[in-house]
Design a protein around this ligand. Sequence first.
Ligand SMILES: Cc1cc2nc3c(=O)[nH]c(=O)nc-3n(C[C@H](O)[C@H](O)[C@H](O)COP(=O)(O)OP(=O)(O)OC[C@H]3O[C@@H](n4cnc5c(N)ncnc54)[C@H](O)[C@@H]3O)c2cc1C
Length: 449
Amino acid sequence: MITAQPPNKRIKNFSEVSLGLSKKQAIDEAMRCPQPANLAGPQGCPLGIDVFGFVRRIREGDVNGACQKIREHNSFPSICGRICSAPCESAGILSKENISIDIRALERYAVDHGPKRSFKKDSAQAAAKKVAIIGCGLTGLTAAAELAKLGYGVTIFESLHFTGGFLRYGAPEFRLPQNILNQEIDAVRAMGVDIKTDCFIGQTYSIKEIFDFGFAAIYLAAGQVPESLEIPGENLKRVYTAHEFLMRLNLLQGAKNPRQASLLDLGNKIAVSGCSDTAVDCARILIRLGKQAAVVYEGTEDTMTAQKREVQLAKEEGVKFELFSRPVEIIAGTGNSVKGLKCIRMDFAESYVPGQWALIPVDGSEFLTDADTVIVAGNLKPNSFIAKMTPELKTHETGAILSDRHTFMTSIPGVFAGRVIEGPHALVENMAQAKKIAGQIDQHLKGKV
Ligand SMILES: Cc1cc2nc3c(=O)[nH]c(=O)nc-3n(C[C@H](O)[C@H](O)[C@H](O)COP(=O)(O)OP(=O)(O)OC[C@H]3O[C@@H](n4cnc5c(N)ncnc54)[C@H](O)[C@@H]3O)c2cc1C
């Protein structure tokens, strides 16, 4: 299995990155993976990676072949090899002992040790057609890479000065080093994709203006924004959304310099409300800043959306998990600052559907968790700015842009958007949807839709 992070007291460097597998570890892990006689059929990867195929090549010592096999379907395997939620691992690929295989670590091994990416443009395509992508997160970048391969002229418009979206300002260095993100984005640029930063679509340019610039199709990949908990006390000092916390820390370069991070006034005890990878990452960052961090969540460890291995590492590093605890109020201390997080205990009770169990609050079980800061790593909601500035775009009551289930076309012909109401939320699911949308844009531009 992949090398674990050392426990809290031994973490010396804030930027410490978990090590990849050695050659021996990789071959041993690949040997644990079964090789069924019939390799056809889905293998759990939303991007369609032939998991058995690339693992077999690692078993045979053919790292280049394994890397190529992965790149056939995934334009950003160095990123996925580090932070993918790896649904393939829970898709029933088990060793003889019924233990899951560390496929994500094998992907990282193949790509770290395989050849550099080479890229072949489909020159048969009409390169004259131009596609605009709004948002330079991994979703937009995935579509850009697919469309560039098909020969389209692709421009990404990004509102911020930096590329990479969430992964740039959110993902901590110990999970995804910035140089890996830079390499992947440079590779997209090398495919001929133009990235224009500081362009806030809806304000700098409208959708109509982008069409006027000569783009034949537009893909809206502007990501999602954090939702509040809707509990009293969220406007107190030292209450941050996870996004705000991560962005502030990043702007202070706190990841490289804990002294800079100390400019962010956090106090000592921090409660992180949520159950996602983002919540767990925030807590692990806080531990590296020398703080006490507790993840507060109403459900069980099994129902957390964070990856099991990341939860395990967080525990080893000293993060506490307050499960069965639903936040109900953030309590004020002196000077309008946070004093604690009031929660109510949750418990299982039989729901109105016989035989089914639901989590419900236990009457009179409120309790106070001491906290100097509360970080809200809650749900995400659709980013509705472009829709607000573009009345022709039809939206759902949540603000999500409506698009066709099959073609992903919105109410404006030639404008495409993902279907965020039904998810997807994990990185690899966003990437898979972006690939599908790139395919639909191609069909549309060929006049086939
Ligand atoms: C700390 C953290 C840890 C995570 N860990 C994991 C993990 O382990 N596994 C996993 O699967 N997922 C994880 N995620 C989630 C993952 O990062 C996201 O699923 C993914 O990055 C979303 O990519 P995106 O391109 O859709 O959105 P974003 O990355 O948000 O990109 C959208 C981009 O659009 C830009 N934009 C917005 N509006 C406009 C506009 N009007 N004009 C121009 N540009 C605009 C934004 O500035 C942004 O750059 C994590 C997220 C965080 C924050």
